[in-house]
Write a protein that binds this ligand. Structure first.
Ligand code: C2E
Ligand code: MG
Ligand code: MG
Length: 421
Protein backbone atom coordinates (compact mmCIF):
# COMPACT_ATOMS: atom_id res chain seq x y z
CA UNK A 1 0.00 0.00 0.00
CA UNK A 2 1.58 3.33 -1.02
CA UNK A 3 2.22 5.79 1.80
CA UNK A 4 0.34 8.53 -0.07
CA UNK A 5 -2.65 7.38 -2.10
CA UNK A 6 -3.39 9.28 -5.32
CA UNK A 7 -6.66 10.88 -6.33
CA UNK A 8 -8.04 7.72 -7.97
CA UNK A 9 -7.87 5.97 -4.62
CA UNK A 10 -9.56 8.99 -3.06
CA UNK A 11 -12.36 8.89 -5.64
CA UNK A 12 -12.91 5.17 -5.04
CA UNK A 13 -13.09 5.71 -1.29
CA UNK A 14 -15.46 8.64 -1.85
CA UNK A 15 -17.75 6.56 -4.07
CA UNK A 16 -17.98 3.84 -1.41
CA UNK A 17 -18.65 6.38 1.31
CA UNK A 18 -21.30 8.11 -0.82
CA UNK A 19 -23.16 4.83 -1.31
CA UNK A 20 -23.23 4.23 2.44
CA UNK A 21 -24.25 7.82 3.21
CA UNK A 22 -27.07 7.63 0.64
CA UNK A 23 -28.28 4.26 2.06
CA UNK A 24 -28.29 5.69 5.59
CA UNK A 25 -29.61 9.15 4.56
CA UNK A 26 -26.66 10.87 6.24
CA UNK A 27 -24.69 13.87 5.02
CA UNK A 28 -21.06 13.47 3.99
CA UNK A 29 -18.39 16.10 3.54
CA UNK A 30 -15.08 16.56 1.80
CA UNK A 31 -12.47 19.17 2.56
CA UNK A 32 -9.97 19.98 -0.16
CA UNK A 33 -6.90 21.59 1.21
CA UNK A 34 -4.16 23.54 -0.51
CA UNK A 35 -0.77 23.67 1.19
CA UNK A 36 0.87 26.82 -0.07
CA UNK A 37 4.22 25.99 1.51
CA UNK A 38 4.86 22.87 -0.59
CA UNK A 39 5.74 24.73 -3.80
CA UNK A 40 8.02 27.07 -1.91
CA UNK A 41 9.76 24.14 -0.18
CA UNK A 42 10.09 22.28 -3.53
CA UNK A 43 11.75 25.30 -5.08
CA UNK A 44 14.11 26.05 -2.21
CA UNK A 45 14.97 22.67 -0.70
CA UNK A 46 13.88 20.21 -3.41
CA UNK A 47 11.02 17.76 -3.89
CA UNK A 48 12.11 15.42 -1.11
CA UNK A 49 11.70 18.23 1.40
CA UNK A 50 8.34 19.14 -0.18
CA UNK A 51 7.22 15.53 0.27
CA UNK A 52 8.31 15.58 3.91
CA UNK A 53 6.28 18.71 4.61
CA UNK A 54 3.26 17.17 2.92
CA UNK A 55 3.60 13.87 4.81
CA UNK A 56 3.95 15.75 8.12
CA UNK A 57 0.88 17.83 7.31
CA UNK A 58 -1.10 14.65 6.52
CA UNK A 59 -0.11 13.16 9.89
CA UNK A 60 -1.11 16.36 11.71
CA UNK A 61 -4.50 16.43 9.98
CA UNK A 62 -5.21 12.74 10.61
CA UNK A 63 -4.36 13.22 14.28
CA UNK A 64 -6.96 15.94 14.82
CA UNK A 65 -9.78 14.33 12.79
CA UNK A 66 -12.04 11.46 13.82
CA UNK A 67 -10.75 7.89 13.32
CA UNK A 68 -13.35 7.33 10.63
CA UNK A 69 -12.14 10.38 8.63
CA UNK A 70 -9.53 9.69 5.97
CA UNK A 71 -6.82 11.90 4.51
CA UNK A 72 -5.39 11.59 0.98
CA UNK A 73 -2.75 13.47 -0.96
CA UNK A 74 -4.44 14.09 -4.30
CA UNK A 75 -1.99 16.51 -5.92
CA UNK A 76 1.50 17.84 -5.30
CA UNK A 77 0.21 20.34 -2.74
CA UNK A 78 -3.44 19.32 -2.49
CA UNK A 79 -4.87 17.14 0.24
CA UNK A 80 -8.42 15.75 0.38
CA UNK A 81 -10.13 14.82 3.64
CA UNK A 82 -13.10 12.50 3.51
CA UNK A 83 -15.53 13.02 6.39
CA UNK A 84 -17.98 10.10 5.99
CA UNK A 85 -19.71 10.16 9.37
CA UNK A 86 -21.11 13.64 9.81
CA UNK A 87 -24.00 14.18 12.21
CA UNK A 88 -24.78 17.40 10.40
CA UNK A 89 -23.25 19.64 7.76
CA UNK A 90 -21.90 22.21 10.23
CA UNK A 91 -19.47 19.56 11.49
CA UNK A 92 -17.62 19.67 8.16
CA UNK A 93 -17.06 23.41 8.55
CA UNK A 94 -15.84 22.88 12.11
CA UNK A 95 -13.39 20.25 10.87
CA UNK A 96 -12.13 22.67 8.20
CA UNK A 97 -11.47 25.35 10.83
CA UNK A 98 -9.67 22.80 13.01
CA UNK A 99 -7.42 21.91 10.05
CA UNK A 100 -6.63 25.57 9.43
CA UNK A 101 -5.76 26.10 13.11
CA UNK A 102 -3.53 23.03 13.11
CA UNK A 103 -1.67 23.78 9.87
CA UNK A 104 -1.73 27.56 10.09
CA UNK A 105 0.88 27.30 12.82
CA UNK A 106 4.47 26.69 11.89
CA UNK A 107 5.83 23.34 10.82
CA UNK A 108 9.36 22.36 11.76
CA UNK A 109 11.46 20.96 8.90
CA UNK A 110 14.98 19.94 9.94
CA UNK A 111 16.52 23.20 11.07
CA UNK A 112 13.93 25.34 9.24
CA UNK A 113 10.45 26.42 10.24
CA UNK A 114 7.87 26.54 7.50
CA UNK A 115 4.96 28.91 7.67
CA UNK A 116 1.84 27.46 6.16
CA UNK A 117 -1.11 29.50 4.91
CA UNK A 118 -3.57 26.75 4.07
CA UNK A 119 -6.93 27.13 2.36
CA UNK A 120 -9.80 24.65 2.65
CA UNK A 121 -12.69 24.24 0.23
CA UNK A 122 -15.69 22.35 1.64
CA UNK A 123 -18.36 20.48 -0.36
CA UNK A 124 -21.22 18.44 1.04
CA UNK A 125 -23.41 15.52 0.02
CA UNK A 126 -26.34 15.76 -0.64
CA UNK A 127 -26.47 19.59 -0.59
CA UNK A 128 -23.90 20.28 -3.33
CA UNK A 129 -23.61 17.09 -5.38
CA UNK A 130 -24.74 13.48 -5.50
CA UNK A 131 -21.76 11.81 -7.18
CA UNK A 132 -18.05 11.65 -6.39
CA UNK A 133 -16.72 13.52 -9.47
CA UNK A 134 -19.11 16.45 -9.07
CA UNK A 135 -18.52 16.64 -5.33
CA UNK A 136 -14.75 16.86 -5.92
CA UNK A 137 -15.30 19.57 -8.57
CA UNK A 138 -17.47 21.52 -6.08
CA UNK A 139 -14.79 21.28 -3.37
CA UNK A 140 -12.20 22.38 -5.91
CA UNK A 141 -14.35 25.36 -6.93
CA UNK A 142 -14.79 26.29 -3.23
CA UNK A 143 -11.02 26.07 -2.70
CA UNK A 144 -10.35 28.31 -5.71
CA UNK A 145 -12.97 30.83 -4.55
CA UNK A 146 -11.58 30.88 -1.01
CA UNK A 147 -8.08 31.57 -2.35
CA UNK A 148 -9.37 34.39 -4.54
CA UNK A 149 -11.27 35.96 -1.64
CA UNK A 150 -8.52 35.17 0.87
CA UNK A 151 -11.03 33.28 3.04
CA UNK A 152 -9.22 30.28 4.58
CA UNK A 153 -12.42 28.20 4.80
CA UNK A 154 -14.88 28.46 1.94
CA UNK A 155 -18.01 26.33 1.56
CA UNK A 156 -19.16 25.66 -2.00
CA UNK A 157 -21.71 28.14 -3.29
CA UNK A 158 -23.56 27.90 -6.58
CA UNK A 159 -23.44 31.68 -7.10
CA UNK A 160 -19.70 31.90 -6.50
CA UNK A 161 -19.17 28.96 -8.86
CA UNK A 162 -21.28 30.57 -11.59
CA UNK A 163 -19.45 33.88 -11.13
CA UNK A 164 -16.07 32.11 -11.35
CA UNK A 165 -17.15 30.27 -14.52
CA UNK A 166 -18.45 33.52 -16.05
CA UNK A 167 -15.14 35.21 -15.20
CA UNK A 168 -13.21 32.34 -16.82
CA UNK A 169 -15.32 32.63 -20.02
CA UNK A 170 -14.73 36.37 -20.08
CA UNK A 171 -10.98 35.82 -19.71
CA UNK A 172 -11.01 33.28 -22.57
CA UNK A 173 -12.88 35.71 -24.86
CA UNK A 174 -10.49 38.50 -23.91
CA UNK A 175 -7.49 36.29 -24.69
CA UNK A 176 -8.94 35.71 -28.19
CA UNK A 177 -9.63 39.41 -28.64
CA UNK A 178 -5.99 40.15 -27.77
CA UNK A 179 -4.72 37.38 -30.06
CA UNK A 180 -6.83 38.74 -32.90
CA UNK A 181 -5.92 42.32 -32.06
CA UNK A 182 -9.53 43.49 -31.95
CA UNK A 183 -9.20 45.93 -29.05
CA UNK A 184 -9.29 49.55 -30.14
CA UNK A 185 -8.76 52.98 -28.63
CA UNK A 186 -10.95 56.03 -28.31
CA UNK A 187 -9.63 59.47 -27.54
CA UNK A 188 -11.20 62.03 -25.23
CA UNK A 189 -10.04 65.63 -25.47
CA UNK A 190 -8.91 67.76 -22.54
CA UNK A 191 -9.44 71.52 -22.52
CA UNK A 192 -7.39 74.14 -20.71
CA UNK A 193 -9.79 76.18 -18.62
CA UNK A 194 -7.94 79.48 -18.69
CA UNK A 195 -7.52 79.65 -22.50
CA UNK A 196 -10.38 77.37 -23.64
CA UNK A 197 -7.93 75.55 -25.93
CA UNK A 198 -7.63 71.80 -26.39
CA UNK A 199 -4.34 70.82 -24.76
CA UNK A 200 -4.38 67.05 -24.93
CA UNK A 201 -6.41 63.88 -24.94
CA UNK A 202 -6.71 60.59 -23.09
CA UNK A 203 -6.53 57.26 -24.97
CA UNK A 204 -9.12 54.83 -23.58
CA UNK A 205 -9.34 51.13 -24.49
CA UNK A 206 -12.45 49.71 -26.13
CA UNK A 207 -13.50 46.09 -26.64
CA UNK A 208 -16.34 45.37 -28.99
CA UNK A 209 -16.98 41.64 -28.71
CA UNK A 210 -19.07 39.92 -31.39
CA UNK A 211 -20.90 37.87 -28.77
CA UNK A 212 -20.95 40.26 -25.80
CA UNK A 213 -21.29 43.61 -27.53
CA UNK A 214 -19.45 46.60 -26.01
CA UNK A 215 -17.59 45.51 -22.85
CA UNK A 216 -16.57 48.28 -20.46
CA UNK A 217 -12.89 48.62 -19.55
CA UNK A 218 -14.00 48.66 -15.91
CA UNK A 219 -14.90 44.98 -16.55
CA UNK A 220 -12.15 43.84 -18.93
CA UNK A 221 -9.13 45.62 -17.38
CA UNK A 222 -9.56 43.81 -14.02
CA UNK A 223 -10.23 40.57 -15.96
CA UNK A 224 -6.99 41.08 -17.90
CA UNK A 225 -5.13 41.59 -14.62
CA UNK A 226 -6.63 38.45 -13.07
CA UNK A 227 -5.82 36.36 -16.18
CA UNK A 228 -2.22 37.58 -16.43
CA UNK A 229 -3.04 39.36 -19.71
CA UNK A 230 -2.45 42.90 -18.53
CA UNK A 231 1.14 43.18 -19.64
CA UNK A 232 0.31 42.13 -23.23
CA UNK A 233 -2.65 44.50 -23.25
CA UNK A 234 -0.56 47.44 -22.03
CA UNK A 235 2.17 46.84 -24.62
CA UNK A 236 -0.57 46.88 -27.29
CA UNK A 237 -2.16 50.04 -25.83
CA UNK A 238 1.18 51.89 -25.64
CA UNK A 239 2.00 51.11 -29.25
CA UNK A 240 -1.46 51.76 -30.66
CA UNK A 241 -1.82 55.02 -28.75
CA UNK A 242 1.55 56.34 -29.92
CA UNK A 243 0.95 55.16 -33.50
CA UNK A 244 -2.40 56.97 -33.58
CA UNK A 245 -0.80 60.04 -32.01
CA UNK A 246 1.76 60.05 -34.83
CA UNK A 247 -1.01 59.49 -37.42
CA UNK A 248 -2.76 62.61 -36.20
CA UNK A 249 0.26 64.50 -37.53
CA UNK A 250 -0.07 68.26 -37.41
CA UNK A 251 -3.61 67.93 -35.95
CA UNK A 252 -1.93 66.91 -32.69
CA UNK A 253 0.67 69.69 -32.69
CA UNK A 254 1.01 71.04 -29.14
CA UNK A 255 -1.24 68.30 -27.73
CA UNK A 256 -0.28 65.80 -25.06
CA UNK A 257 -1.47 62.19 -25.01
CA UNK A 258 -2.47 60.51 -21.74
CA UNK A 259 -2.18 56.72 -21.54
CA UNK A 260 -3.40 54.55 -18.66
CA UNK A 261 -1.13 51.92 -17.13
CA UNK A 262 -2.29 49.50 -14.47
CA UNK A 263 -0.94 48.70 -11.01
CA UNK A 264 0.38 45.48 -12.49
CA UNK A 265 2.46 47.32 -15.11
CA UNK A 266 4.39 49.06 -12.35
CA UNK A 267 5.56 45.69 -11.06
CA UNK A 268 6.91 44.73 -14.49
CA UNK A 269 10.50 45.92 -14.65
CA UNK A 270 10.36 45.95 -18.47
CA UNK A 271 7.58 48.56 -18.64
CA UNK A 272 9.90 51.59 -18.91
CA UNK A 273 11.94 49.85 -21.67
CA UNK A 274 8.77 49.01 -23.59
CA UNK A 275 7.69 52.63 -23.37
CA UNK A 276 11.10 53.82 -24.60
CA UNK A 277 10.86 51.38 -27.49
CA UNK A 278 7.33 52.47 -28.42
CA UNK A 279 8.34 56.16 -28.27
CA UNK A 280 11.21 55.56 -30.66
CA UNK A 281 9.19 53.27 -32.99
CA UNK A 282 6.51 55.93 -33.45
CA UNK A 283 8.80 58.95 -33.22
CA UNK A 284 6.93 60.57 -30.34
CA UNK A 285 8.79 62.90 -27.94
CA UNK A 286 8.60 61.69 -24.33
CA UNK A 287 7.49 65.08 -23.00
CA UNK A 288 4.25 64.82 -25.04
CA UNK A 289 3.20 61.73 -23.08
CA UNK A 290 1.42 61.58 -19.73
CA UNK A 291 1.22 58.19 -18.04
CA UNK A 292 -1.85 57.83 -15.81
CA UNK A 293 -1.74 55.51 -12.84
CA UNK A 294 -4.59 55.12 -10.35
CA UNK A 295 -4.20 56.57 -6.90
CA UNK A 296 -4.31 53.14 -5.23
CA UNK A 297 -1.46 51.82 -7.38
CA UNK A 298 0.71 54.91 -7.17
CA UNK A 299 0.41 55.17 -3.39
CA UNK A 300 1.47 51.58 -2.86
CA UNK A 301 4.99 51.94 -1.54
CA UNK A 302 6.32 48.61 -2.77
CA UNK A 303 9.90 49.21 -3.87
CA UNK A 304 9.39 47.71 -7.32
CA UNK A 305 6.54 50.13 -8.05
CA UNK A 306 8.44 53.15 -6.77
CA UNK A 307 11.43 52.22 -8.92
CA UNK A 308 9.31 51.89 -12.07
CA UNK A 309 7.85 55.34 -11.41
CA UNK A 310 11.34 56.81 -11.10
CA UNK A 311 12.45 55.12 -14.31
CA UNK A 312 9.36 56.31 -16.21
CA UNK A 313 10.11 59.81 -15.01
CA UNK A 314 13.74 59.50 -16.19
CA UNK A 315 12.48 58.71 -19.70
CA UNK A 316 10.97 62.18 -19.68
CA UNK A 317 7.24 61.39 -19.67
CA UNK A 318 4.90 63.09 -17.20
CA UNK A 319 3.00 61.18 -14.54
CA UNK A 320 -0.61 61.67 -13.47
CA UNK A 321 -2.44 60.27 -10.46
CA UNK A 322 -5.76 58.99 -11.85
CA UNK A 323 -9.06 58.76 -9.94
CA UNK A 324 -7.64 60.99 -7.22
CA UNK A 325 -9.83 61.05 -4.12
CA UNK A 326 -11.05 57.47 -4.40
CA UNK A 327 -7.97 55.84 -2.91
CA UNK A 328 -6.03 56.52 0.20
CA UNK A 329 -3.28 59.09 -0.17
CA UNK A 330 -0.54 59.82 2.22
CA UNK A 331 0.30 63.48 1.78
CA UNK A 332 3.84 62.83 2.97
CA UNK A 333 4.21 60.29 0.19
CA UNK A 334 2.47 62.40 -2.43
CA UNK A 335 4.95 65.19 -1.71
CA UNK A 336 7.86 62.91 -2.64
CA UNK A 337 6.27 61.21 -5.67
CA UNK A 338 7.57 62.28 -9.07
CA UNK A 339 4.08 63.22 -10.33
CA UNK A 340 2.97 66.19 -12.42
CA UNK A 341 -0.82 65.98 -12.40
CA UNK A 342 -3.79 64.98 -10.24
CA UNK A 343 -6.99 63.85 -11.98
CA UNK A 344 -10.10 64.36 -9.87
CA UNK A 345 -12.30 61.29 -10.11
CA UNK A 346 -15.49 61.43 -12.20
CA UNK A 347 -17.59 60.50 -9.15
CA UNK A 348 -16.85 63.84 -7.39
CA UNK A 349 -17.10 66.10 -10.43
CA UNK A 350 -20.34 64.58 -11.76
CA UNK A 351 -22.45 65.63 -8.76
CA UNK A 352 -20.50 68.60 -7.43
CA UNK A 353 -23.26 71.10 -8.16
CA UNK A 354 -25.86 69.02 -6.36
CA UNK A 355 -23.80 67.71 -3.46
CA UNK A 356 -21.95 70.28 -1.41
CA UNK A 357 -19.63 67.60 0.03
CA UNK A 358 -18.48 66.69 -3.50
CA UNK A 359 -17.92 70.35 -4.24
CA UNK A 360 -15.77 70.69 -1.12
CA UNK A 361 -13.73 67.63 -2.11
CA UNK A 362 -13.16 69.05 -5.60
CA UNK A 363 -12.10 72.41 -4.13
CA UNK A 364 -9.76 70.70 -1.65
CA UNK A 365 -8.08 68.62 -4.37
CA UNK A 366 -7.58 71.70 -6.56
CA UNK A 367 -5.98 73.59 -3.64
CA UNK A 368 -3.86 70.61 -2.68
CA UNK A 369 -2.61 70.15 -6.26
CA UNK A 370 -1.71 73.82 -6.58
CA UNK A 371 0.07 73.95 -3.25
CA UNK A 372 2.23 71.04 -4.47
CA UNK A 373 2.76 72.73 -7.87
CA UNK A 374 0.78 70.05 -9.68
CA UNK A 375 -1.62 70.49 -12.59
CA UNK A 376 -5.17 69.43 -11.80
CA UNK A 377 -7.61 67.87 -14.27
CA UNK A 378 -11.33 67.44 -13.59
CA UNK A 379 -12.80 64.33 -15.22
CA UNK A 380 -16.50 63.75 -15.89
CA UNK A 381 -17.58 67.31 -16.76
CA UNK A 382 -21.08 66.72 -18.09
CA UNK A 383 -22.57 70.22 -18.32
CA UNK A 384 -21.79 73.89 -18.81
CA UNK A 385 -22.60 74.87 -15.19
CA UNK A 386 -20.01 72.41 -13.85
CA UNK A 387 -17.46 73.72 -16.32
CA UNK A 388 -18.10 77.31 -15.16
CA UNK A 389 -17.79 76.37 -11.49
CA UNK A 390 -14.47 74.60 -12.21
CA UNK A 391 -13.19 77.75 -13.92
CA UNK A 392 -14.16 79.78 -10.83
CA UNK A 393 -12.37 77.25 -8.65
CA UNK A 394 -9.19 77.74 -10.70
CA UNK A 395 -9.08 74.15 -11.98
CA UNK A 396 -6.52 73.84 -14.80
CA UNK A 397 -7.98 71.32 -17.25
CA UNK A 398 -11.38 69.69 -17.89
CA UNK A 399 -12.38 66.44 -19.58
CA UNK A 400 -15.90 65.07 -19.98
CA UNK A 401 -18.94 64.40 -22.13
CA UNK A 402 -19.84 68.10 -22.16
CA UNK A 403 -16.67 68.80 -24.14
CA UNK A 404 -16.69 65.51 -26.06
CA UNK A 405 -17.19 61.79 -25.46
CA UNK A 406 -14.20 59.54 -26.27
CA UNK A 407 -13.94 59.29 -30.11
CA UNK A 408 -12.29 56.89 -32.56
CA UNK A 409 -9.28 58.29 -34.43
CA UNK A 410 -10.97 59.75 -37.52
CA UNK A 411 -13.96 61.33 -35.74
CA UNK A 412 -11.45 62.70 -33.21
CA UNK A 413 -9.38 64.23 -36.03
CA UNK A 414 -12.56 65.82 -37.41
CA UNK A 415 -13.50 67.10 -33.94
CA UNK A 416 -10.06 68.69 -33.55
CA UNK A 417 -10.39 70.31 -36.99
CA UNK A 418 -13.80 71.75 -36.05
CA UNK A 419 -12.24 73.41 -32.98
CA UNK A 420 -9.56 75.12 -35.08
CA UNK A 421 -11.95 76.97 -37.34
P1 C2E B 1 -10.22 56.62 -16.30
O1 C2E B 1 -8.81 56.48 -16.79
O2 C2E B 1 -10.44 57.40 -15.06
O3 C2E B 1 -11.03 57.21 -17.51
C1 C2E B 1 -12.12 58.06 -17.36
C2 C2E B 1 -13.42 57.36 -17.56
O4 C2E B 1 -14.48 58.31 -17.46
C3 C2E B 1 -13.55 56.74 -18.94
O5 C2E B 1 -14.32 55.56 -18.77
C4 C2E B 1 -14.37 57.79 -19.69
O6 C2E B 1 -15.05 57.28 -20.82
C5 C2E B 1 -15.32 58.23 -18.60
N1 C2E B 1 -15.87 59.55 -18.84
C6 C2E B 1 -15.41 60.53 -19.62
N2 C2E B 1 -16.17 61.62 -19.55
C7 C2E B 1 -17.18 61.34 -18.72
C8 C2E B 1 -18.32 62.08 -18.24
O7 C2E B 1 -18.54 63.22 -18.56
N3 C2E B 1 -19.13 61.45 -17.36
C9 C2E B 1 -18.90 60.18 -16.96
N4 C2E B 1 -19.74 59.62 -16.10
N5 C2E B 1 -17.84 59.44 -17.39
C10 C2E B 1 -17.00 60.03 -18.25
P2 C2E B 1 -13.98 54.26 -19.54
O8 C2E B 1 -13.48 54.56 -20.90
O9 C2E B 1 -15.15 53.38 -19.37
O10 C2E B 1 -12.75 53.69 -18.73
C11 C2E B 1 -12.91 53.31 -17.42
C12 C2E B 1 -11.57 53.04 -16.77
O11 C2E B 1 -10.93 51.90 -17.35
C13 C2E B 1 -10.58 54.17 -16.98
O12 C2E B 1 -10.86 55.18 -16.06
C14 C2E B 1 -9.27 53.47 -16.73
O13 C2E B 1 -9.02 53.36 -15.34
C15 C2E B 1 -9.54 52.10 -17.29
N6 C2E B 1 -8.95 52.00 -18.63
C16 C2E B 1 -9.48 52.36 -19.82
N7 C2E B 1 -8.61 52.11 -20.82
C17 C2E B 1 -7.49 51.60 -20.24
C18 C2E B 1 -6.22 51.13 -20.73
O14 C2E B 1 -5.92 51.17 -21.92
N8 C2E B 1 -5.33 50.66 -19.82
C19 C2E B 1 -5.61 50.63 -18.47
N9 C2E B 1 -4.67 50.16 -17.63
N10 C2E B 1 -6.78 51.06 -17.97
C20 C2E B 1 -7.71 51.53 -18.85
MG1 MG C 1 -7.36 57.63 -16.92
MG1 MG D 1 -10.04 58.67 -13.78
Amino acid sequence: MPLIPNHFIFLEALEDALQKAAAESRPLGICLLWLDSVYRIDAIFGFRAGDTVCAKSLQHIQAILKDTDRVFRVGRSVVACLLPTLANEAQAVLAAHKIIRELGSQLALDQYTVHNVPYVGVALFPAHAQDADTLLQRASSALQEGRLRKEPVFVYSQEADTATQAQLHLQTDLRHALDENTLTLKHQPQTDLSSGRVVGFEALSRWHSLTRGEVSPTIFIPAAEAAGLMHGLSVRVLNTALREFQELGSAADDLSISINLSAHDLLHTETPDLLTQALSTWGVAANRVIIEITETAIMDDQRARAMTLERLKEIGVQLAVDDFGTGYSSLARLKHLPVDELKIDVSFVQHMLRDVRDEKIVRTIIDLAHSLDLRVVAEGVEDEATLQRLIEMDCDVAQGYFLSPPLALEPFRAWLASKQT
